[in-house]
Design a binder for this molecule. Structure first.
Ligand code: GCU
Length: 608
C-alpha cells in the first residue's frame, strides 16, 4: 500500500478515544524506545511545541489536537531522517483545513477517480471502520481537520440530518474524533420542503424554525459537527434566488440556526448562468461570482464563510486567482482547491498540484482568506487515491493548509520519503518528475490559459470544440484568424473586477504573462509574443514539447523501482497518459492548423 505512513505498521486500536491517547499510541508504536512527555495546554488548540531535552527525550506541549500534530511531526521527521535538535513551535495558518468529499449516498463519487465511497453504500452510511481509522491517520498526519462527507449536490436519500441517519453520523464522528477530524455535512437548501414546510424562503419563520430545530437535533447527536456546506443557486441546486432573496439572506438564516452550537455555514460561491446561449456575447462566465457576491461584502454573519473556487471558472489547468479572493475584505473567505483531477488527468495522468497552489499564493495578500478547502481525491481503491502518486496532492495540501509558506520541493520530497524507500538518485528523479508534471500536462492540453478544450461532461481527453456551442459559458471562439476572448476593459470588462495593480499586470497583451495570454485577450495567430515567436508557433511548440516531456517522464519513471502493487499501477497509468498526451498534442495542433492554415515552422507532422 502506498500510504505515506505505511511504515507505521500497527493498526490503530478501536479503544482510543482522544487525540492525546492516539498521540501516545502513535509515538509508542512508531518510535519505540524514545522517551516523550506530553503536556496538555488546552489554550494552545492545534498549536504545539516540541522541546528536545538533554537526556535525549522530548517534551511535547500543546492543546489535545496540538499534541497529536506534534506526535506526527516527530514521527514523520524521524522517518525522513531529520532530527529535531532545537525547540520547534508550530501553529496552523487556518483554523479550518477542510476536505470536501463529493460522495453520494449510493456509494458513487461525483468526479471520483479512486473507486467508490469510503463512507456510503446503498443509501446509508456503511463503511469499514479500519479503513476509516487509516484515513483519520492520513488526514491528521497531514494536519487536516474537517471532513465534509457528502456531495455538495445533495442527492436523495442522503438525508443525513434525519433521525434515522443521525446515529450513523454520530458513530462516524466518534471514529474520527481521536484524529481531531470534525465532520461537516452538505445540506440542500430546499430540505425543509421535504419535511412538510411549504417553502424554503430564508425569511419565512417556519423555515427558520425548521432549520433551528434540525440544528438542535443534529448537534445533540454530533456536538462537535463543524457545520454545514451549501451549494445554492448553482448548477440547478435550490437556493434563495427562488424567493427573491440574496445569498446573505440564505447563509445568515442557516448561520443563525448553527450559532448556538458553535457551527459554521460554509457557503459556496460557484454561482453562474449554466444555461447560457453561446450566441450571447454580453455574458462572460468568469464575471459571475463577483457580480453575485461582491456587493454583499460585510453582509454575512460572523459564522458564515464564503468558499470561493481559486479561479473564476472551474478548476482548469490555469486560471487567474478569483477576484473575490482579493476583493471581499469584510467577509470571511475560504479558498477552494480541487484534489480530484477532474480537468487535470483523472488520476491517470501525473499532475502534482503544489506548484499551482504556490503560484496562487504569490498573488494572494497574506490575510485575505481565513480557511482552506479542497475537493477530495479519495475513494475505496486499495491505495485510496487511485494513482499511487496522486496521494502527494492530499499530503501536500495538508502541509500547505498548515503553512502556505511551505517549500514545495521540501513538501514533495517529504511525501516521497515517507511513502517509498528509494535510493537518493531515484528519489530526486521522482521529486523532479512530480514537480514538473503540472507544467507538462498544461503544455499538451489547452493552450495559454484558454482551458475547456476537454471532452464534455467526462473531462478527460481533448475535444477542442466540445464546449463551444454549449450552455456552460466556456468558449474560446477560435476562427481562422484569432482565438480567445477579450476580458479587458474594452472587452467583457472582467479584468475591471481586480485591483489596479492586477489590471496593469494582465491588461496589455504585450506585457501579460504568456501563460495567461489567451485567458485575458483575443489575439491573432500572427501575434508576436515576447520571445519573438508567433502565437500559433507557440501553440504548436508547447504541444510538441508536452508530448516529448511526457515520453521523457515515462522513461524516467520506468527507472524508479517502486514496490508492488504500486509499480504495476504506475506503469499501466503511464501508458494511458502517453496515449492521452499524443491525442491532445495531435488534435489541438491539427485543430489550429486546419483553422489558421499556418504551417509549423519546423515542419513537424500535423494531420490535415
Ligand atoms: C464542476 C463539476 C461538478 C461539480 C461542480 C461544483 O462543475 O463538474 O461535478 O458539481 O463543479 O463544484 O459544484
Amino acid at each position: 500500500m502506498n500510504l505515506w505512513l505505511r511504515q507505521l505498521k500497527k493498526d490503530i486500536p478501536a479503544d482510543l478515544h482522544t487525540p492525546v491517547e492516539l498521540a501516545r499510541f502513535e509515538l509508542g508504536s512508531a518510535l519505540p524506545g524514545l522517551k516523550t512527555e506530553l503536556r496538555v495546554q488546552a489554550s494552545m488548540g492545534d498549536a504545539y511545541r516540541i522541546d528536545p531535552l538533554d537526556d535525549g527525550s522530548f517534551l511535547l506541549t500543546g492543546g489535545s489536537t496540538g499534541l497529536l500534530y506534534a506526535a506526527y511531526r516527530l514521527i514523520t521527521d524521524r522517518l525522513c531522517g531529520q532530527e529535531i535538535t532545537r525547540p520547534v513551535s508550530s501553529s496552523p495558518k487556518y483554523a479550518l483545513r477542510m476536505i470536501n468529499c463529493w460522495d453520494n449516498a449510493d456509494g458513487e463519487i461525483e468526479r471520483g477517480y479512486a473507486g467508490r465511497s469510503l463512507f456510503f453504500r446503498n443509501g446509508r452510511l456503511d463503511y469499514d471502520a479500519d479503513r476509516i481509522r487509516t484515513l483519520g491517520r492520513l488526514l491528521a498526519s497531514a494536519g487536516l481537520n474537517v471532513l465534509c462527507i457528502n456531495n455538495v449536490n445533495v442527492h436523495y436519500p442522503a438525508q443525513l440530518l434525519l433521525e434515522d441517519y443521525l446515529p450513523d453520523l454520530a458513530a462516524l464522528a466518534d471514529l474520527f474524533r481521536p484524529f481531531g477530524v470534525k465532520l461537516m455535512v452538505s445540506v440542500d437548501f430546499s430540505q425543509p420542503m421535504r419535511h412538510g414546510v411549504a417553502t424554503a424562503d430564508p425569511l419565512d419563520p417556519a423555515v427558520r424554525a425548521w432549520w433551528q430545530d434540525t440544528a438542535k437535533r443534529v448537534y445533540a447527536a454530533v456536538p462537535d459537527l463543524a457545520g454545514f456546506l451549501v451549494k445554492a443557486d448553482s448548477e440547478g441546486r435550490p437556493g434563495p434566488f427562488t424567493y427573491g432573496r440574496n445569498h446573505a439572506d440564505g447563509a445568515n438564516m442557516l448561520a443563525e440556526a448553527l450559532r448556538p452550537f458553535g457551527g459554521v455555514v460554509v457557503w459556496r460561491c460557484f454561482v453562474y448562468n449554466c444555461r447560457q446561449d453561446w450566441r450571447d456575447t454580453k455574458t462572460d462566465r468568469p464575471k459571475a461570482a463577483w457580480e453575485h457576491y461582491a456587493f454583499l461584502d460585510g453582509a454575512f454573519s460572523d459564522n458564515v464563510i464564503l468558499q470561493v473556487k481559486h479561479g473564476p471558472f472551474d478548476f482548469q489547468v490555469r486560471e487567474p486567482l478569483s477576484p473575490l479572493l482579493l476583493g471581499m475584505k469584510k467577509t470571511k473567505l475560504a479558498m477552494e482547491l480541487q484534489l480530484a483531477q477532474e480537468y487535470t488527468g483523472h488520476q491517470i495522468d501525473l499532475y502534482t498540484m503544489i506548484p499551482m497552489w504556490k503560484e496562487l499564493y504569490e498573488e494572494l495578500p497574506a490575510d485575505n482568506i481565513m480557511s482552506i478547502a479542497a475537493v477530495s481525491n479519495l475513494g475505496d481503491d486499495e491505495n485510496y487515491t487511485g494513482h499511487p502518486l496522486a496521494a502527494v496532492n492530499l499530503y501536500t495540501f495538508g502541509l500547505l493548509a498548515w503553512d502556505p509558506d511551505v517549500d514545495m520541493t521540501a513538501a514533495v520530497t517529504r511525501w516521497c520519503r515517507l511513502t517509498y524507500e528509494l535510493d537518493p538518485l531515484q528519489e530526486q528523479t521522482l521529486v523532479e518528475l512530480l514537480l514538473s508534471s503540472r507544467r507538462t500536462y498544461e503544455k499538451y492540453t489547452a493552450p495559454l490559459g484558454i482551458g475547456w478544450m476537454v471532452t464534455p461532461h467526462d473531462h478527460y481527453g481533448p475535444n477542442p470544440s466540445g464546449y463551444e456551442y454549449d450552455l456552460w459559458g466556456t468558449y474560446h471562439k477560435a476562427d481562422r484568424n484569432a482565438v480567445g476572448i477579450d476580458r479587458t476593459h474594452e472587452g467583457t470588462g472582467y479584468l475591471d473586477q481586480y485591483p489596479q495593480y492586477f489590471r496593469d499586470k494582465y491588461g496589455d497583451p504585450a506585457s501579460c504573462p504568456d501563460l495567461f495570454l489567451l485567458f485575458y485577450h483575443r489575439l491573432p495567430y500572427t501575434f508576436r509574443m515576447r520571445d519573438g515567436r508567433t502565437l500559433i508557433q507557440r501553440i504548436y511548440d508547447d504541444h510538441f514539447e508536452g508530448l516529448e516531456e511526457t515520453r521523457a517522464m515515462a522513461d524516467k519513471l520506468s527507472s524508479i523501482v517502486f514496490p508492488e502493487p504500486d509499480a504495476s499501477v504506475i506503469r499501466e497509468r503511464m501508458d494511458k497518459q502517453l496515449y492521452n498526451a499524443r491525442e491532445w498534442c495531435d488534435i489541438i495542433n491539427t485543430f489550429f492548423h486546419r483553422l489558421s492554415g499556418i504551417p509549423d515552422e519546423h515542419g513537424r507532422t500535423i494531420y490535415d
